[in-house]
Design a binder for this molecule. Structure first.
Ligand code: ADP
Ligand code: MG
Length: 451
């Protein structure tokens, strides 16, 4: 399916500038999601006219060769929505350095949600079945019963995945839902930026008008009094309006230090659910799921072997599988237990040692021949940008640091830039065995160096 950006170009060519300007320009069109496209029309008249005259053209414009056209759903825009869209929309640019507000024109997009973090891709086991069932219930009836929904658990156990899945499910049911996913540090950054630019009203109205607000890793609000205050009011407004709030944290609300009592208290109003480290069976199932998604063949005995060696969490499992697949393709080896043991064996012990972001930046800049200050600069030459992406990727892999914190250390970039970097590197690793080997080696030196 084409993005709207592309589709609109096709459409303009097809129907001509004049009709385009008159009829299409005033529409707000969401990115296609689950075979559906939500279109907001400024009035009933527009809606009827456009659906009578341009529906087929719009549908066709989204298709690449041979694809089925999406279903197009029209809705007349409400005042609330108009206001939301009227807000300035900073670019979600890859290299944007400012703390870009997260609610952009893209509230309509799946953009803030990680595409692959869906319920379909989420493996359910005893460690997460309660949280999963609760998440399903929340997605079915957002804002009704379990508000807020508070998910807590250790690093890499699937909190971010699960809350994104709620967002996808809500969107699939109602393509017009206004959804914001934001790591809590993004909320902090956006607020600071709004304060600095004297745009607090705008900030407030953005967050207070969504149907589903997902704030990831709220423990990072600790000690941020001004942000907590603002969030408290946002929370109340949404809650009173029966809008769904979903929160994650590494701890139970009561155990988050430096959090205002009234917030802590509210976090427990709805439903809290924890996710534990996955047990053996779930670990095997997660590996099989990932292998299936990546089109890797993973023999059962190798899956069991990895699952018995890598026990900490799902993220580690994923990392082990990626590494294994990369090494197998590089050395043209079969995926066997001895091979897995040779790749994973040494790695595992090393991972227990701590690495710092400074060390990662230094190692990456050495390896790619860029200077440390270039890494942290705003320069966008391909060489520098690439090294920076690798640095971000490694930081995310080796440290339990949040996206916004990583962005901060790489020249004050936005969390979305870090997520983008991580995805870009992961994609590339699948086809670039030399890069996989280089990263493997970097990781090894890094984790060995700091005994
Ligand atoms: P957290 O937010 O708790 O630190 P994430 O949601 O980022 O953890 O999960 C880390 C990785 O592990 C993600 O790539 C996610 O897709 C994967 N993962 C976690 N739990 C599951 C699960 N139950 N099924 C499939 N993948 C999972
Ligand atoms: Mg997370």
């Amino acid at each position: 399916m084409q993005s709207w950006e592309r589709a609109r170009r096709t459409l303009r060519e097809k129907i001509g500038d004049r009709d385009f300007e008159t009829w299409v320009q005033p529409l707000r069109v969401a990115e296609p999601h689950a075979g559906k496209v939500a279109v907001f029309a400024p009035s009933k008249f527009y809606r009827d006219w456009v659906s009578r005259h341009f529906l087929d053209a719009i549908r066709a414009s989204f298709c690449s060769d041979g694809e089925d056209p999406p279903e197009v759903l029209f809705q007349v825009e409400t005042g609330r929505q108009r206001e939301l869209f009227a807000a300035p929309t900073p670019e979600v640019a890859d290299n944007s350095s400012s703390a870009a507000p997260v609610v952009r024109r893209s509230v309509l997009r799946v953009g803030n949600l990680v595409p692959r973090y869906t319920f379909a891709n989420f493996v359910v086991g005893t460690s997460n079945e309660f949280a999963h069932a609760a998440a399903r219930a929340v997605a079915t009836r957002p804002g009704e019963k379990y508000n807020p929904f508070f998910v807590y658990g250790g690093v890499g156990v699937g909190k971010t995945h699960l809350v994104n899945a709620i967002g996808h499910a809500v969107l699939a049911k109602n393509p017009f839902a206004q959804i914001v996913y934001i790591p809590s540090e993004g909320f902090v950054n956006d607020m600071i930026a709004a304060l600095r630019r004297d745009r607090m009203d705008e900030f407030k109205s953005r967050f207070r008008k969504v149907d589903l607000l997902i704030i990831d890793d709220v423990q990072f609000l600790a000690g941020r009094e001004r942000t907590q205050e603002e969030f408290f009011h946002t929370f109340n407004t949404l809650h009173e309006g029966h809008r769904q709030i979903v929160l994650t944290s590494d701890k139970y609300p009561k155990d988050i230090p430096d959090l205002e009592e009234r917030l802590r208290n509210r976090f427990e109003w709805g439903l809290t659910a924890d996710i534990q480290a996955p047990e053996m069976e779930t670990r095997v199932a997660i590996l099989q799921k990932k292998a299936e998604m990546e089109g890797l063949s993973l023999p059962a005995d190798v899956a069991s072997f990895i699952a018995s060696e890598v026990t900490a969490n799902a993220r580690e499992l994923e990392g082990a599988l990626t590494r294994l697949a990369a090494m197998a393709s590089l050395q043209s080896s079969e995926m066997t237990v001895p091979f897995a043991a040779s790749v994973l064996g040494p790695q595992r012990r090393e991972r227990l040692r701590t690495v710092t972001m400074d060390e990662i930046q230094r190692a990456v800049s050495d390896h790619f021949g860029v200077t440390l200050s270039e890494m942290k600069s705003k320069r966008r030459t391909q060489r520098v940008a690439f090294a920076r992406q690798i640095g971000m990727y490694l930081s995310r892999r080796l440290l339990s640091t949040s996206y916004p914190q990583i962005g901060q250390k790489f020249g004050g970039r936005d969390h979305s830039t870090v997520i983008h970097a991580q995805n870009a590197v992961e994609r590339r690793l699948k086809t670039d065995a030399a890069l996989a080997a280089a990263i493997e080696k970097l990781e090894r030196t890094l984790t060995q160096r700091t005994t």
